[in-house]
Design a protein around this ligand. Structure first.
Ligand code: 5AD
Length: 438
């Protein structure tokens, strides 16, 4: 049986897409290989959102071509594949296949043609109908699973390459999503994360995201529902109410703000200004007590002044995010922002990024220190990398290290948070605090 090795970079949807690709290939008799050197087919599932992500893949391709087996196939899939298309075949001669996010159904055929030094090919056509509805993803059996509910993006944020790499927005039918979640629950999954580029703009023609949250939250055996990434202004009253009224929906939202300056948000073509974003934050906090909020922020967007940046700092302070992913603006070929004037010099952007990270860390630490001593339910996900602890996650998406046996993996436990590094926690299972200490 041919063996395939898939290496995944980028967002959760890429992780989910890699499961889908394995699903496509398994139908064709492929099995997963543990190492690239053992595989007949090596696929790298890529990200294009920042140049750094692409550089990492290019250097990784340099390593992978060394271990490529005679007659083997090296393919690049995902957003960087979509962005570069045939240019990638020219640039890296050892790459045999370049396939974008809508082309995975064609992988078996393209691989068959490429094997043994055959035909090299790029497939970067968008298929607005493609949901891979008939392809069962190959997942590790686990308590937690990703479920893609929407693909593509119709928003046009001026910095973002995603509309050009993932094509037009399309939502799966609610009934299909519910069927998949029901099947997952039958095999022991209790937590699902619904995925989409602007996941809360989900609409299947008859149902919106509020309907989806309620329907998925009602599936027997599903104890936690998460979703990522939402778009701030798609938190309609209906969606907020569904979150509040669906017990399984977790108290955490990743709410990308990008900037705290209305002037910059306008140039980014975000569909809200600072005040509107703060209204969404207030609505979520009002409806879902204790909700944790995380965000994405770009610094150094063209035209960003020191005053604009100060507004980002003040918004971060005002909201008090639980955490934030912070990025230096990276110009992406073909996106509207590359035509904007007043580029921010790299050293200025770098210095702003450092100040922002320092503030984010300080606020996160403050918040997390305040949580020490509180009790939470954690889903035990597995062994932590260090220290012989189990790693669990609260409903608010905080990571807690808990002493305990492997037998707890996949289960829920009530814990008390006992300490924090500032970002993650130590914790003890309630009722066992003394026993474990002793
Ligand atoms: N430069 C820097 N960061 C970007 N992001 C998206 N495009 C760019 C870019 N061109 C960030 C945004 C987004 C996250 C996934 O990546 O903050 O929310």
């Amino acid at each position: 049986m041919p063996r395939v090795y898939i290496e995944t970079y980028g967002c959760q949807m890429n992780v989910s897409d890699s499961e889908l690709i394995l699903g496509v290939l398994r139908r064709d008799g492929y099995v997963a290989a543990a190492e690239p050197a053992e595989a007949d087919v090596v696929l790298v599932n890529t990200c294009a959102v920042r140049d750094h992500a692409e550089q990492k893949v290019l250097s990784r391709l340099g390593e992978l071509k060394q271990v490529k087996r005679p007659g083997g196939v090296l393919g690049v899939v995902g957003c960087m594949a979509q962005r570069l298309g045939p240019r990638l075949l020219e640039r890296v001669p050892q790459v045999d296949l370049v396939v974008g996010p809508d082309g995975y159904r064609g992988l078996p055929e393209l691989i068959a043609r490429a094997r043994g030094g055959g035909e090299r090919a790029a497939d970067v056509a968008f298929k607005a109908w493609e949901h891979y509805e008939d392809v069962p993803p190959v997942r590790e059996t686990a308590a937690s699973a990703f479920v893609t509910v929407q693909r593509g993006c119709d928003y046009r944020c001026t910095f973002c390459i995603v509309p050009m790499t993932r094509g037009p927005e399309r939502s799966r039918n609610l009934a299909d999503v519910v069927r998949e979640v029901t099947d997952l629950a039958r095999t022991g999954t209790t937590e699902v994360t619904l995925l989409g580029q602007t996941v809360n703009s989900y609409h299947d023609g008859a149902h919106d995201f509020a309907d989806l949250l309620r329907a998925v939250g009602a599936v027997d055996g599903i104890r936690r529902v998460r979703f990522t990434s939402p778009y701030p202004t798609d938190f309609t009253d209906g969606v907020v109410a569904a979150m509040a009224e669906t017990p399984a929906v977790c108290e955490h939202v990743h709410l990308p703000v990008q900037s705290g300056s209305s002037r910059v948000l306008k140039r980014m073509l975000r569909r809200y200004d600072r005040d509107r974003y703060l209204d969404v934050v207030a609505a979520l906090r009002g409806a879902v007590p204790g909700i944790a909020l995380t965000t994405d922020i770009i610094v150094g967007f063209p035209g960003e002044t020191e005053d604009d940046f100060s507004e980002t700092l003040s918004l971060v302070e005002q909201v008090g995010f639980d955490d934030a992913y912070t990025f230096k603006y990276s110009p992406r070929e073909g996106t509207p922002a590359t035509r904007l004037k007043d580029a921010v010099p790299d050293d200025v952007a770098g210095e702003r990024l450092e100040r922002l990270i320092a503030l984010v860390r300080r606020l996160a630490r403050q918040k997390n220190v305040g949580l020490v001593g509180t009790t939470h339910e954690v889903l035990v996900e597995g062994r932590a990398k260090r220290g012989g602890f189990l790693q669990g996650r609260t409903r608010t998406n905080k990571v807690a290290l808990v002493p305990g046996p492997d037998a707890w993996i996949g289960d829920y436990r009530s814990v008390r948070l006992t300490g924090t590094t500032g970002s993650t926690f130590t914790a003890r299972v309630i009722g066992q605090e003394l026993a474990v200490v002793g």
